[in-house]
Design a protein around this ligand. Structure first.
Ligand SMILES: *Cc1c(COP(=O)(O)O)cnc(C)c1O
Length: 431
Protein backbone atom coordinates (compact mmCIF):
# COMPACT_ATOMS: atom_id res chain seq x y z
CA UNK A 1 0.00 0.00 0.00
CA UNK A 2 1.43 3.42 -0.86
CA UNK A 3 0.04 6.70 0.34
CA UNK A 4 0.53 10.01 -1.40
CA UNK A 5 1.95 12.23 1.34
CA UNK A 6 0.87 15.37 -0.53
CA UNK A 7 -2.68 14.27 0.25
CA UNK A 8 -2.09 14.70 3.98
CA UNK A 9 -4.18 17.47 5.47
CA UNK A 10 -1.25 19.22 7.13
CA UNK A 11 2.02 18.77 5.30
CA UNK A 12 5.12 20.20 6.90
CA UNK A 13 7.45 21.54 4.24
CA UNK A 14 10.81 19.87 4.31
CA UNK A 15 13.05 22.88 3.61
CA UNK A 16 13.57 26.02 5.67
CA UNK A 17 10.26 27.39 4.47
CA UNK A 18 8.05 29.16 6.97
CA UNK A 19 4.97 29.87 4.89
CA UNK A 20 2.64 31.07 7.63
CA UNK A 21 4.92 32.34 10.39
CA UNK A 22 4.54 30.94 13.90
CA UNK A 23 1.03 32.31 14.46
CA UNK A 24 -0.20 30.76 11.22
CA UNK A 25 1.47 27.47 12.05
CA UNK A 26 -0.24 27.40 15.46
CA UNK A 27 -3.56 28.14 13.77
CA UNK A 28 -3.03 25.34 11.24
CA UNK A 29 -2.12 22.92 14.02
CA UNK A 30 -5.24 23.93 15.94
CA UNK A 31 -7.42 23.18 12.91
CA UNK A 32 -5.58 19.93 12.33
CA UNK A 33 -6.05 18.73 15.91
CA UNK A 34 -9.70 19.81 15.84
CA UNK A 35 -10.60 17.90 12.68
CA UNK A 36 -8.58 14.73 13.30
CA UNK A 37 -9.34 11.84 15.62
CA UNK A 38 -6.17 11.33 17.64
CA UNK A 39 -5.85 7.77 18.91
CA UNK A 40 -2.16 7.97 19.72
CA UNK A 41 -2.04 6.16 23.05
CA UNK A 42 0.75 8.35 24.44
CA UNK A 43 -1.02 11.63 23.72
CA UNK A 44 -3.59 13.65 25.54
CA UNK A 45 -4.92 17.17 25.65
CA UNK A 46 -3.72 19.52 28.37
CA UNK A 47 -6.68 20.46 30.54
CA UNK A 48 -7.30 24.20 29.88
CA UNK A 49 -7.03 25.20 33.58
CA UNK A 50 -3.78 23.24 33.78
CA UNK A 51 -2.46 25.06 30.73
CA UNK A 52 -3.20 28.38 32.45
CA UNK A 53 -1.36 27.30 35.62
CA UNK A 54 1.59 26.12 33.53
CA UNK A 55 1.80 29.50 31.83
CA UNK A 56 1.42 31.45 35.10
CA UNK A 57 4.18 33.61 36.65
CA UNK A 58 5.64 30.46 38.16
CA UNK A 59 7.11 29.89 34.69
CA UNK A 60 9.41 32.86 35.51
CA UNK A 61 10.92 31.24 38.60
CA UNK A 62 14.35 29.67 38.46
CA UNK A 63 15.68 28.21 41.67
CA UNK A 64 17.36 25.02 42.75
CA UNK A 65 16.95 22.71 45.73
CA UNK A 66 13.83 21.67 47.61
CA UNK A 67 11.18 23.64 49.56
CA UNK A 68 12.79 25.35 52.57
CA UNK A 69 16.26 24.66 51.18
CA UNK A 70 16.69 26.76 48.02
CA UNK A 71 19.74 28.26 46.39
CA UNK A 72 18.08 31.60 45.48
CA UNK A 73 16.14 34.17 47.49
CA UNK A 74 12.50 35.00 46.81
CA UNK A 75 11.46 31.36 46.51
CA UNK A 76 8.69 31.23 49.13
CA UNK A 77 5.92 31.03 46.49
CA UNK A 78 7.80 28.27 44.68
CA UNK A 79 8.05 26.42 48.00
CA UNK A 80 4.28 26.63 48.47
CA UNK A 81 3.45 25.45 44.95
CA UNK A 82 5.94 22.57 45.10
CA UNK A 83 4.68 21.43 48.54
CA UNK A 84 1.14 21.62 47.17
CA UNK A 85 2.02 19.42 44.18
CA UNK A 86 3.85 16.93 46.45
CA UNK A 87 0.90 16.70 48.89
CA UNK A 88 -1.60 16.24 46.06
CA UNK A 89 0.55 13.59 44.37
CA UNK A 90 0.78 11.69 47.68
CA UNK A 91 -2.95 11.89 48.33
CA UNK A 92 -4.05 11.03 44.76
CA UNK A 93 -1.79 7.97 44.57
CA UNK A 94 -1.68 6.99 48.27
CA UNK A 95 2.07 7.58 48.38
CA UNK A 96 4.20 8.63 51.33
CA UNK A 97 6.84 10.30 49.16
CA UNK A 98 6.61 12.28 45.92
CA UNK A 99 9.15 14.18 43.87
CA UNK A 100 7.52 16.51 41.35
CA UNK A 101 10.65 18.07 39.82
CA UNK A 102 11.47 15.73 36.92
CA UNK A 103 11.07 17.31 33.50
CA UNK A 104 9.89 13.99 32.04
CA UNK A 105 9.33 10.36 32.91
CA UNK A 106 12.53 9.55 31.00
CA UNK A 107 14.64 11.70 33.31
CA UNK A 108 12.65 10.41 36.30
CA UNK A 109 13.59 6.86 35.29
CA UNK A 110 17.24 7.82 34.84
CA UNK A 111 17.27 9.44 38.28
CA UNK A 112 15.62 6.41 39.90
CA UNK A 113 18.08 3.96 38.33
CA UNK A 114 20.99 6.17 39.35
CA UNK A 115 19.70 6.36 42.91
CA UNK A 116 19.44 2.59 43.18
CA UNK A 117 22.34 1.22 41.15
CA UNK A 118 26.06 1.39 40.60
CA UNK A 119 27.45 1.41 37.04
CA UNK A 120 27.39 -2.08 35.53
CA UNK A 121 24.59 -3.37 37.79
CA UNK A 122 21.94 -5.60 36.25
CA UNK A 123 18.33 -4.53 35.61
CA UNK A 124 15.55 -6.93 34.62
CA UNK A 125 12.81 -5.28 32.54
CA UNK A 126 10.32 -6.06 29.79
CA UNK A 127 11.79 -6.19 26.31
CA UNK A 128 10.83 -3.47 23.83
CA UNK A 129 8.90 -5.69 21.42
CA UNK A 130 6.78 -7.00 24.30
CA UNK A 131 5.87 -3.45 25.33
CA UNK A 132 8.74 -2.24 27.51
CA UNK A 133 10.08 1.32 27.37
CA UNK A 134 13.35 2.64 25.97
CA UNK A 135 14.45 4.02 29.34
CA UNK A 136 14.10 0.60 30.98
CA UNK A 137 17.72 -0.14 30.03
CA UNK A 138 16.92 -1.02 26.42
CA UNK A 139 19.81 -1.22 23.96
CA UNK A 140 19.11 2.08 22.13
CA UNK A 141 18.90 4.04 25.42
CA UNK A 142 21.85 5.66 27.22
CA UNK A 143 20.74 3.67 30.28
CA UNK A 144 22.26 0.58 28.66
CA UNK A 145 25.68 2.28 28.67
CA UNK A 146 25.55 2.51 32.45
CA UNK A 147 23.61 -0.60 33.41
CA UNK A 148 23.24 -4.10 32.02
CA UNK A 149 19.76 -4.97 30.83
CA UNK A 150 18.22 -8.43 30.80
CA UNK A 151 14.68 -8.80 29.59
CA UNK A 152 11.51 -10.76 30.14
CA UNK A 153 8.89 -11.07 27.41
CA UNK A 154 5.28 -12.17 27.28
CA UNK A 155 3.66 -15.56 26.79
CA UNK A 156 1.95 -16.59 23.56
CA UNK A 157 -1.26 -15.12 25.01
CA UNK A 158 0.42 -11.72 25.27
CA UNK A 159 0.57 -11.76 29.09
CA UNK A 160 3.54 -11.37 31.41
CA UNK A 161 4.67 -14.69 32.89
CA UNK A 162 5.81 -14.10 36.48
CA UNK A 163 7.43 -17.54 36.51
CA UNK A 164 9.73 -16.34 33.70
CA UNK A 165 10.52 -13.14 35.63
CA UNK A 166 11.33 -15.26 38.69
CA UNK A 167 13.55 -17.61 36.67
CA UNK A 168 15.47 -14.74 35.00
CA UNK A 169 15.94 -12.98 38.36
CA UNK A 170 17.44 -16.17 39.79
CA UNK A 171 19.70 -16.57 36.78
CA UNK A 172 20.96 -12.97 36.32
CA UNK A 173 20.80 -11.57 39.90
CA UNK A 174 19.44 -8.11 38.96
CA UNK A 175 19.44 -5.34 41.58
CA UNK A 176 16.35 -3.74 40.08
CA UNK A 177 13.27 -5.22 38.40
CA UNK A 178 11.14 -2.84 36.33
CA UNK A 179 7.50 -3.45 35.49
CA UNK A 180 5.19 -1.32 33.38
CA UNK A 181 5.64 -0.30 29.77
CA UNK A 182 4.31 1.64 26.84
CA UNK A 183 2.64 -1.08 24.80
CA UNK A 184 1.26 -3.58 27.29
CA UNK A 185 -2.55 -3.43 27.16
CA UNK A 186 -3.18 -5.54 30.25
CA UNK A 187 -3.21 -4.86 33.99
CA UNK A 188 -0.03 -5.81 35.86
CA UNK A 189 0.15 -7.94 39.01
CA UNK A 190 2.30 -5.55 41.05
CA UNK A 191 1.93 -7.59 44.25
CA UNK A 192 3.19 -10.65 42.35
CA UNK A 193 6.17 -8.66 41.02
CA UNK A 194 6.98 -7.55 44.56
CA UNK A 195 6.99 -11.14 45.77
CA UNK A 196 9.49 -12.02 43.02
CA UNK A 197 11.61 -8.95 43.86
CA UNK A 198 11.67 -9.81 47.56
CA UNK A 199 12.59 -13.43 46.84
CA UNK A 200 15.72 -12.23 45.01
CA UNK A 201 16.55 -9.17 47.15
CA UNK A 202 15.75 -6.73 44.30
CA UNK A 203 14.25 -3.27 44.25
CA UNK A 204 10.96 -3.09 42.35
CA UNK A 205 10.32 -0.06 40.12
CA UNK A 206 6.92 0.36 38.44
CA UNK A 207 6.54 2.80 35.55
CA UNK A 208 2.84 3.67 35.06
CA UNK A 209 3.34 6.50 32.57
CA UNK A 210 0.64 5.09 30.30
CA UNK A 211 -1.95 4.10 32.88
CA UNK A 212 -1.54 6.69 35.64
CA UNK A 213 -5.09 8.00 35.13
CA UNK A 214 -6.70 4.58 35.34
CA UNK A 215 -4.63 3.85 38.45
CA UNK A 216 -5.62 7.18 40.06
CA UNK A 217 -9.28 6.46 39.29
CA UNK A 218 -9.07 2.95 40.75
CA UNK A 219 -9.74 1.29 37.38
CA UNK A 220 -6.36 -0.44 37.35
CA UNK A 221 -4.46 -1.85 40.32
CA UNK A 222 -2.00 0.58 41.91
CA UNK A 223 1.67 -0.28 42.20
CA UNK A 224 2.27 2.30 44.95
CA UNK A 225 1.63 -0.05 47.92
CA UNK A 226 3.86 -2.71 46.33
CA UNK A 227 6.71 -1.20 44.31
CA UNK A 228 9.60 0.48 46.11
CA UNK A 229 9.38 3.27 43.52
CA UNK A 230 6.71 4.28 41.02
CA UNK A 231 7.35 6.66 38.13
CA UNK A 232 4.92 8.28 35.71
CA UNK A 233 4.54 11.22 33.40
CA UNK A 234 1.84 13.85 33.75
CA UNK A 235 1.30 14.47 30.03
CA UNK A 236 -0.20 11.17 28.93
CA UNK A 237 -3.21 9.94 30.85
CA UNK A 238 -3.41 12.79 33.39
CA UNK A 239 -4.01 15.55 30.78
CA UNK A 240 -1.33 17.56 32.56
CA UNK A 241 1.83 19.49 31.65
CA UNK A 242 4.89 17.77 30.21
CA UNK A 243 6.68 16.30 33.19
CA UNK A 244 7.49 13.36 35.41
CA UNK A 245 6.57 12.25 38.92
CA UNK A 246 8.40 9.89 41.25
CA UNK A 247 6.40 8.24 44.02
CA UNK A 248 7.14 5.86 46.81
CA UNK A 249 4.86 4.09 49.27
CA UNK A 250 5.76 2.47 52.59
CA UNK A 251 9.34 1.79 51.48
CA UNK A 252 10.24 5.50 51.20
CA UNK A 253 11.39 5.78 54.80
CA UNK A 254 13.86 2.89 54.82
CA UNK A 255 17.01 2.08 52.83
CA UNK A 256 16.38 -0.10 49.78
CA UNK A 257 18.34 -3.36 49.40
CA UNK A 258 22.05 -2.62 48.99
CA UNK A 259 21.87 1.00 50.25
CA UNK A 260 22.28 2.68 53.63
CA UNK A 261 20.30 5.91 53.15
CA UNK A 262 16.50 6.07 52.96
CA UNK A 263 14.88 5.71 49.58
CA UNK A 264 13.38 9.21 49.89
CA UNK A 265 16.80 10.77 50.42
CA UNK A 266 18.40 8.79 47.58
CA UNK A 267 15.61 9.76 45.16
CA UNK A 268 15.67 13.46 46.04
CA UNK A 269 19.43 13.63 45.53
CA UNK A 270 19.22 11.73 42.25
CA UNK A 271 16.79 14.28 40.77
CA UNK A 272 18.72 17.29 42.14
CA UNK A 273 21.66 17.74 41.90
CA UNK A 274 22.49 14.54 39.93
CA UNK A 275 20.25 15.17 36.93
CA UNK A 276 18.71 18.60 37.04
CA UNK A 277 19.27 22.17 38.03
CA UNK A 278 16.13 24.21 38.34
CA UNK A 279 12.83 22.42 37.90
CA UNK A 280 10.12 24.00 35.75
CA UNK A 281 7.89 25.74 38.29
CA UNK A 282 5.29 26.48 35.62
CA UNK A 283 5.03 22.72 35.09
CA UNK A 284 4.95 22.15 38.86
CA UNK A 285 2.02 24.60 39.14
CA UNK A 286 0.38 22.65 36.29
CA UNK A 287 1.03 19.37 38.12
CA UNK A 288 -0.63 20.76 41.28
CA UNK A 289 -3.58 21.94 39.20
CA UNK A 290 -4.04 18.67 37.35
CA UNK A 291 -3.66 16.49 40.47
CA UNK A 292 -6.39 18.54 42.12
CA UNK A 293 -8.65 17.73 39.16
CA UNK A 294 -7.62 14.06 39.11
CA UNK A 295 -8.96 13.74 42.67
CA UNK A 296 -12.43 14.86 41.53
CA UNK A 297 -15.36 12.68 40.36
CA UNK A 298 -15.27 14.31 36.89
CA UNK A 299 -11.84 12.79 36.25
CA UNK A 300 -13.06 9.33 37.27
CA UNK A 301 -15.91 9.76 34.78
CA UNK A 302 -13.43 10.56 32.00
CA UNK A 303 -11.39 7.46 32.91
CA UNK A 304 -14.48 5.22 32.85
CA UNK A 305 -15.17 6.59 29.38
CA UNK A 306 -11.57 5.88 28.35
CA UNK A 307 -12.16 2.24 29.29
CA UNK A 308 -15.56 2.01 27.60
CA UNK A 309 -14.23 3.38 24.34
CA UNK A 310 -11.16 1.12 24.47
CA UNK A 311 -13.38 -1.94 24.93
CA UNK A 312 -15.55 -0.79 22.02
CA UNK A 313 -12.47 -0.26 19.86
CA UNK A 314 -11.18 -3.74 20.76
CA UNK A 315 -14.55 -5.34 19.95
CA UNK A 316 -14.73 -3.59 16.59
CA UNK A 317 -11.15 -4.44 15.59
CA UNK A 318 -11.10 -8.05 16.80
CA UNK A 319 -13.57 -9.07 14.07
CA UNK A 320 -10.94 -8.42 11.40
CA UNK A 321 -7.61 -8.28 13.23
CA UNK A 322 -5.48 -10.11 15.79
CA UNK A 323 -5.21 -8.12 19.00
CA UNK A 324 -2.18 -8.65 21.20
CA UNK A 325 -3.48 -10.39 24.36
CA UNK A 326 -6.92 -10.58 22.74
CA UNK A 327 -8.17 -7.27 24.13
CA UNK A 328 -7.42 -4.62 26.71
CA UNK A 329 -7.67 -3.67 30.39
CA UNK A 330 -6.54 -0.13 29.66
CA UNK A 331 -6.91 2.73 27.17
CA UNK A 332 -4.80 0.88 24.63
CA UNK A 333 -5.41 -1.64 21.88
CA UNK A 334 -2.44 -3.22 20.12
CA UNK A 335 -3.11 -4.76 16.72
CA UNK A 336 -0.82 -7.44 15.30
CA UNK A 337 -0.90 -6.80 11.55
CA UNK A 338 1.25 -9.74 10.49
CA UNK A 339 -1.66 -12.02 9.53
CA UNK A 340 -2.98 -9.22 7.29
CA UNK A 341 0.33 -8.73 5.46
CA UNK A 342 0.42 -5.05 6.42
CA UNK A 343 3.20 -3.19 8.22
CA UNK A 344 2.56 -0.83 11.09
CA UNK A 345 4.08 1.99 9.07
CA UNK A 346 1.71 1.51 6.14
CA UNK A 347 -1.31 1.21 8.40
CA UNK A 348 -0.30 4.34 10.31
CA UNK A 349 0.14 6.33 7.10
CA UNK A 350 -3.13 5.18 5.57
CA UNK A 351 -5.03 6.16 8.71
CA UNK A 352 -3.17 9.48 8.93
CA UNK A 353 -4.32 10.30 5.42
CA UNK A 354 -7.86 9.59 6.59
CA UNK A 355 -7.55 11.90 9.61
CA UNK A 356 -7.05 9.18 12.22
CA UNK A 357 -3.78 9.40 14.14
CA UNK A 358 -2.24 6.23 15.53
CA UNK A 359 1.28 4.90 15.77
CA UNK A 360 3.18 1.93 14.43
CA UNK A 361 4.42 -0.25 17.24
CA UNK A 362 6.35 -3.46 17.54
CA UNK A 363 4.46 -6.46 18.85
CA UNK A 364 5.69 -9.55 20.77
CA UNK A 365 8.04 -11.59 18.59
CA UNK A 366 8.34 -8.74 16.07
CA UNK A 367 11.41 -9.05 13.87
CA UNK A 368 10.88 -5.83 11.88
CA UNK A 369 12.80 -2.64 12.73
CA UNK A 370 10.91 -0.21 14.99
CA UNK A 371 10.58 2.28 12.11
CA UNK A 372 8.50 -0.30 10.22
CA UNK A 373 6.95 -2.40 13.03
CA UNK A 374 4.39 -5.16 12.62
CA UNK A 375 1.77 -3.64 14.86
CA UNK A 376 -0.42 -0.61 15.37
CA UNK A 377 -1.16 0.98 18.75
CA UNK A 378 -4.36 2.89 19.40
CA UNK A 379 -5.61 4.60 22.57
CA UNK A 380 -8.71 6.45 23.73
CA UNK A 381 -7.48 9.20 26.10
CA UNK A 382 -8.31 12.06 23.74
CA UNK A 383 -11.55 10.61 22.36
CA UNK A 384 -12.86 10.27 25.93
CA UNK A 385 -11.72 13.77 26.90
CA UNK A 386 -13.36 15.31 23.83
CA UNK A 387 -16.57 13.51 24.75
CA UNK A 388 -17.21 11.35 21.68
CA UNK A 389 -20.52 9.52 21.89
CA UNK A 390 -20.60 5.77 21.47
CA UNK A 391 -22.37 6.12 18.11
CA UNK A 392 -19.81 8.60 16.78
CA UNK A 393 -16.86 6.58 18.04
CA UNK A 394 -18.37 3.47 16.48
CA UNK A 395 -18.64 5.33 13.16
CA UNK A 396 -14.93 6.19 13.42
CA UNK A 397 -14.14 2.51 14.12
CA UNK A 398 -15.93 1.56 10.91
CA UNK A 399 -13.77 4.08 9.05
CA UNK A 400 -10.60 2.63 10.54
CA UNK A 401 -11.55 -0.91 9.50
CA UNK A 402 -12.49 0.30 6.00
CA UNK A 403 -9.20 2.14 5.44
CA UNK A 404 -7.13 -0.81 6.63
CA UNK A 405 -9.07 -3.11 4.31
CA UNK A 406 -8.74 -0.85 1.27
CA UNK A 407 -6.75 2.41 0.96
CA UNK A 408 -9.18 3.53 -1.72
CA UNK A 409 -11.55 4.31 1.17
CA UNK A 410 -9.23 7.10 2.42
CA UNK A 411 -10.96 10.13 0.82
CA UNK A 412 -14.44 9.02 1.91
CA UNK A 413 -13.35 8.15 5.46
CA UNK A 414 -11.37 11.38 5.75
CA UNK A 415 -14.53 13.37 5.02
CA UNK A 416 -16.52 11.25 7.48
CA UNK A 417 -13.98 11.67 10.28
CA UNK A 418 -13.82 15.43 9.73
CA UNK A 419 -17.63 15.47 9.79
CA UNK A 420 -17.76 13.61 13.11
CA UNK A 421 -15.00 15.66 14.73
CA UNK A 422 -16.62 18.97 13.74
CA UNK A 423 -19.07 18.35 16.61
CA UNK A 424 -16.24 18.14 19.17
CA UNK A 425 -14.33 21.39 19.64
CA UNK A 426 -11.03 21.14 21.46
CA UNK A 427 -11.89 21.61 25.18
CA UNK A 428 -11.39 25.10 26.52
CA UNK A 429 -11.31 26.84 23.18
CA UNK A 430 -7.63 26.31 22.48
CA UNK A 431 -6.27 28.43 19.72
C1 LIG B 1 6.16 7.74 27.63
C2 LIG B 1 6.85 6.88 28.60
C3 LIG B 1 8.00 7.34 29.26
C4 LIG B 1 8.70 8.60 28.87
O1 LIG B 1 7.98 9.68 29.18
P1 LIG B 1 8.52 11.14 28.84
O2 LIG B 1 7.99 11.92 30.00
O3 LIG B 1 7.87 11.50 27.56
O4 LIG B 1 9.98 11.13 28.79
C5 LIG B 1 8.58 6.53 30.22
N1 LIG B 1 8.06 5.33 30.50
C6 LIG B 1 6.99 4.85 29.86
C7 LIG B 1 6.47 3.50 30.20
C8 LIG B 1 6.36 5.62 28.89
O5 LIG B 1 5.29 5.12 28.24
Amino acid sequence: MTIDSTALPFTVPSGRIRPHGLAGTIRAEYEYQRETLCLIAARSIVHPEVAAATQSVFANVTTEGYPGDRYHSGSAGADVVERMAVDLACSVFGATYANVQSHAASTANLAVLTALLDPGDVVLSMDLASGGHLTHVSKPSVTSRFFRGVYYGVRADGRIDLAEVDRLAGEHRPKVIICGGSAYPRAIDFAGFRRVADRHGCVLVADISHTAGLVAAGLQPSPVPHAHVTTLCTHKQLYGPKGGLILSGPDAVSPPPGRTETLAKLLDRAVFPYFQGSPDFGAIAGKACVLDWVAKPEFARVMRRVRELADLLARRLERDFDLVSGGTDSHMVLVDLRPRGLTGRDAERALEAAGVLTNRNRVPGDTTPSRVAAGLRLGTNIAAFRGLTTADFDRCCTGIVDVLADPAAVPRVRAEIAGVMAAYPLPGGWS
